[in-house]
Design a protein around this ligand. Sequence first.
Ligand code: PXP
Length: 235
Amino acid sequence: MARLGVNIDHIATLRQARRTFEPDPANAVGIVERAGAYGIVCHLREDRRHLNERDLRLVRELCKSHLNLELAASDEIIEIAREVGPDVCTLVPERREEVTTEGGLDVAGRLAALKKAVERLAPIPVSAFIAPVEEQVMASLDAGFTAVELHTGEYANARPGPERDERLARLAEGAETAAGVGLYVAAGHGLTYINVAPVVELGVFSEYNIGHSIIARAVFTGLEEAVREMALLVG
Ligand code: PXP
């Protein structure tokens, strides 16, 4: 059965829209866990646009399931990660001007720096958020990552039809290559209640990390129901 990681950044985004105290992302942890998710995912960005260190520390304390911390390979955030001790770290590219994480990490192009980041995070296992491209998969293995998360954004942005089918096939190929060399393989970004089914049907991913669509639905259904519905779709 595949696992669902629920990204709770968007709860903090809503709080930050008013720079107030609610909604508090820490309050989501127990609800998400009760609803059947495998774990919590959150991203401490260098610009702290949603989650801050106080949130991360509280989430770590409250999370009894599995905490996946997304971070850029920056010295400051790596230091915080080492101190807080998530169950897994996912290295992502980060640009201040982007609305969300736009592309995959160029592991092949930054092999030495990323290898160092993985070593500094040890013994925390580290996943690389990459495009479904063989070169990036093999570079991730070389850099010491034990897992990859394939960026599903290109697939998610395509309309149903030949272009989307082709992007889906690329995801399947990337996942098979990664699993074939012993990497744990997750998928994430832009997945929704509607577009997740064809990805799940591939049967190649061990985990799905989903945020925006779940939090958006939670506005209408409540978080527990929203997570439960997504867990049913991916599991
Ligand atoms: N996985 C990674 C590595 C991400 O950076 C994000 C976005 O923060 C997600 C998954 C979740 O993406 P979405 O919010 O589009 O579901």
